[in-house]
Design a protein around this ligand. Structure first.
Ligand code: TYD
Ligand code: MG
Length: 453
């Protein structure tokens, strides 16, 4: 039988190529393509053989939605869509050292204490290390079954014998299937291990949580290839220098995507932050030029964040545009709209933008707050300290209304803001203690706030 040729897979996006290349055509990543072992011999032939016909049903069902298991860590349960769905597969990705193991050890212990049978398999740390961490976190008395192993065959055998309701695999990159001839952490190993574990979860009714490391460059055979296989993908994010950590649902077959849970890394592990707005705004002092408060929505919850801008004369031929926590493409668009529609140029000026607290904002509704921060920095004039803004900016300079205005305003009012600016057409008239002003376009906003058109 002819040998199947090896294929080349992009570790970032999973695209398969015929030959190696320095850059992946599909996602544009550099140095992400690696060689993969060929598929097992005769695979294609075996599939063309006659199979059995699968049982078909209709869409109607009598079954109630699955009961969800709650850990009691409200921020964690919220991101899962209200608790862990039995027999589901969850991927928790994040940079090394961000706190994935800590979070999952805490969650596993919480599930165990609520009477669930749980198994925690560490492929990265020795059992003694995990026990020491548990001791430090005050979790040593939780009835968690702990194993330190990387051999997938042994792990699956153990899971089959123990039949826990939840198994945590920390991490998928350390797992090693003896059926695949590749090093642990390679795309083929990660994919094979994830596939085995997810299929096992579905077949045996065990929920699995897989931990996956990603680097900023996506260099390590990433959880990206695993994302398609699991029901829920959560990313644990945060800046190294900040103690805030955000658990974000980027895919969820059982709940809203974009939901976030906010935690704080302390000496005693991760503690929940039930009111993130208060936390993200807590470092605001006197009103400063370049600061604007954005009334945003993260998943099902309103969150207020501070957008900070600094604008300074540049010595460079092409001035700097440094953006942290926001989409830099959108920022460029806003700068262009300010210049073209309001006659406010940023040429010759360096622009730095940041979201306070290490938060990342993806909503287009943040446009107006970004523009406000930029203008305030450029004019060196502080915005009123009690003002929150939200709204999308279109290329024409018009302001477009965004969803959930009522919730945004309620949250702002709760945190002591007494005025807000939003686009014309916003479906709200302000609320208790908050005066809402609506504006049709960016030029009107500039005139109103900075007294110049
Ligand atoms: P860890 O959970 O090991 O990260 P990951 O599994 O994502 O690689 O967390 C590592 C960091 O968290 C480490 O730098 C120390 C810090 N940490 C605390 O600050 N407090 C704690 O109670 C614990 C357990 C860890
Ligand atoms: Mg870890």
């Amino acid at each position: 039988m002819a040998r199947t040729a090896a294929s080349f897979t992009c570790t970032a996006c999973g695209a398969v190529h015929k030959k190696w290349a320095g850059r992946c055509d599909a996602c544009g990543g550099w140095n992400t393509i690696v060689e993969e072992a060929p598929l097992s011999q005769g695979g294609a032939k075996a599939l063309s053989a006659k199979g059995r016909s699968i049982p078909l049903t209709d869409l109607a069902t009598e079954e109630a939605p699955p009961p969800r298991a709650r850990s009691g860590i409200a921020e964690f349960d919220r991101v899962l869509g209200g608790g862990l769905v039995p027999a589901s597969a969850v991927l928790v990705g994040g940079d090394p050292g961000i706190g994935k193991s800590t979070l999952l050890l805490q969650a596993t212990a919480a599930f165990a204490r609520s009477g669930m049978k749980v198994l925690y398999v560490s492929g990265e740390e020795a059992a003694a290390q995990v026990r020491m961490r548990a001791q430090r976190l005050g979790l040593h008395d939780a009835p968690v079954a702990l194993g330190a192993e990387t051999n997938l065959r042994d792990i699956l055998t153990t899971l089959d014998a123990e039949r826990p309701a939840l198994a945590v695999i920390d991490s998928i990159q350390t797992m090693w299937a003896d059926t695949v001839e590749a090093a642990p952490g390679s795309v083929s190993q990660v994919r094979a291990a994830a596939h085995e574990l997810v299929t096992f979860a579905k077949r045996r009714g065990v929920a699995v949580i897989l931990v996956g490391h990603v680097t900023k460059e996506g260099q390590i055979a990433g959880p990206r290839v695993v994302e398609h296989m699991v029901d829920t993908v959560l990313y644990f994010e945060g800046e190294r220098g900040h103690q805030f950590r955000i658990l974000r649902a980027v895919k969820n077959r059982f709940g809203p995507a974009d939901e976030i849970g906010v935690f704080e890394m302390t000496g005693g592990g991760l503690s929940q932050v039930p009111n993130p707005s208060a936390l993200f705004l807590s470092e605001r002092g006197q009103p400063q030029p370049g600061s604007a408060v954005f009334a945003g929505i993260e998943g099902t919850r309103p969150v207020l964040t501070e957008i900070q801008a600094l604008v300074a004369p540049s010595t460079l031929a092409s001035p700097r545009r440094t953006v942290v926590g926001l989409d830099s493409g959108r920022v460029s668009t806003i700068l262009a709209v300010l210049e073209a529609r309001c006659g406010i140029p940023f040429a010759g000026l360096d622009v730095f933008l940041n979201v306070a607290g290490g938060m990342r904002v993806t909503e287009p509704a943040a446009d107006l707050a970004v523009a406000a921060a930029l203008l305030s920095a450029r004019e060196d004039a502080a915005l009123p300290a009690d003002m929150a803004v939200f709204g999308e900016i279109s290329l024409s300079g018009a302001l477009r209304p965004v969803g959930q205005a009522e919730n945004r305003l309620k949250e702002a009012s709760k945190l002591g803001f007494s005025q807000a600016i939003a686009p014309e057409g916003t479906k709200s008239d302000g609320g208790e203690g908050i005066r809402l002003r609506k504006m049709a376009d960016l030029a009107a906003f500039v005139g109103e706030i900075f007294g110049a058109g």
